[in-house]
Each structure stands twice: as structure tokens, then as C-alpha cells.
Write a protein that binds this ligand. Structure first.
Ligand SMILES: C[S@@+](CC[C@H](N)C(=O)[O-])C[C@H]1O[C@@H](n2cnc3c(N)ncnc32)[C@H](O)[C@@H]1O
Length: 172
């Protein structure tokens, strides 16, 4: 898995764009429905941002956006497509930011890939000030482990089942 995302970096968006945009649109509608949509004053961290599809989606809000991912080539794609966000090469297990650095932390379809899911979740909790959006694949082998760890470490506000992902809105 380590180099898998770099290997598919060229075709990643072509392959996954529609599926990921559908998830993001679902998330946006739910945020609006529950009056949780963030504002231009908020700062957002996207953990496992890949090619930046899930980071630049939030451009319409005008909030400060940061993405991080350990796949170098995907990050190059992200940087080339989006000059309005900051992108860092890093893994969820070692987030290079101080505690409570971001109002909102999102992670879309990445948690099932973390080497150490609990460490990654605890790092996201550490840097989140207010709110998290966590999604993971319904077909992931480790989905039960992920669900139990999220229950253990976060206050879950809402849990949704989209076509491909479970989507949770949480407080740290
Ligand atoms: C299916 S892609 C999702 C990318 C993006 N969020 C999207 O929805 O288009 C999964 C991402 O998880 C990243 N990833 C793998 N291990 C990771 C880790 N330990 N920490 C953070 N991201 C990781 C991969 O590099 C890849 O970009």
C-alpha cells in the first residue's frame, strides 16, 4: 500500500473524481441540514488529502485550507491544481502542527489506509479545535476497528451511510 497511491497518482482523479465529489456533495448537504457548515473564518485540515480533490472542494467557503498526505506524487498533483491551499508531506500518525491548530479536520476515505489507525485518529483529535468529518470505506476490512476507535475517542454528533463510505460528524 505504501507506494500504491503514488503509482496511481496520474490517473487518480480520473478514476475517483465522480465518486469522491458525490461524497463531498452529500457531506455539504448534511452540514447545511444540521447548520454545521463552516465559515470563511475557520481553518480546515484535510488528512489524507491525496490529489487535493477533497481540499479544494471547500474553496467556495473561503476558509484557510491545508492538506497533508504521505504520497509525494499525489501531493505534487494537489499543489499544481490548487494554489489557494497549503499542502504538506506527512502522515496522519505524525501531524506536524501544534494542538488545536484547526477549527475543522476532515479525512475522506483515507483512515482505512493508516498504518496505525488509533494513532492517526488521536493525532486528528489533538489538532482539531471544534469539529471533525471522518469517512472510511464501508468495504474496508478494518471498518469495525475504525468504528470502535472513533466511538472510543470522539463525541459523535451524526453518523451517515453513503453509497461507499460511512461518514461521521464528530467533536474532539
Ligand atoms: C482513497 S485516497 C483519498 C484521497 C482524498 N481524500 C480523496 O478523497 O480524493 C486515500 C489517501 O490516503 C492516503 N494515506 C495513506 N496512508 C496514510 C496515512 N498514514 N496518513 C494519511 N494519509 C494516508 C493515501 O496516500 C491516499 O492519498
Amino acid at each position: 500500500m505504501d507506494n500504491y497511491y503514488d503509482e496511481i497518482s496520474e490517473g487518480y482523479e480520473e478514476l475517483h473524481r465522480d465518486e469522491q465529489l458525490k461524497k463531498l456533495s452529500f457531506i455539504k448537504h448534511k452540514l447545511e441540514e444540521y447548520d454545521l457548515l463552516f465559515t470563511p473564518e475557520d481553518s480546515l485540515l484535510d488528512v489524507g488529502c491525496g490529489s487535493g480533490l477533497t481540499t479544494r472542494f471547500w474553496e467556495f467557503i473561503g476558509c484557510k485550507r491545508t492538506g497533508l498526505d504521505p504520497a509525494r506524487k499525489l501531493l505534487e498533483k494537489a499543489r499544481s491544481k490548487d494554489l489557494g491551499s497549503h499542502y504538506d508531506l506527512a502522515a496522519a500518525e505524525n501531524i506536524p502542527f501544534p494542538n488545536s491548530s484547526f477549527d475543522v479536520v476532515i479525512s475522506v476515505t483515507a483512515i482505512q489506509n493508516f498504518h496505525d489507525v488509533e494513532k492517526g485518529l488521536l493525532e486528528m483529535k489533538r489538532v482539531a479545535r471544534d469539529f471533525l468529518i471522518l469517512t472510511f470505506l464501508k468495504r474496508a476490512e478494518n471498518r469495525k476497528v475504525i468504528a470502535n476507535l472513533i466511538k472510543k475517542h470522539f463525541r459523535i454528533l451524526n453518523c451517515f451511510e453513503e453509497d461507499k463510505d460511512y461518514i461521521l460528524f464528530c467533536r474532539p
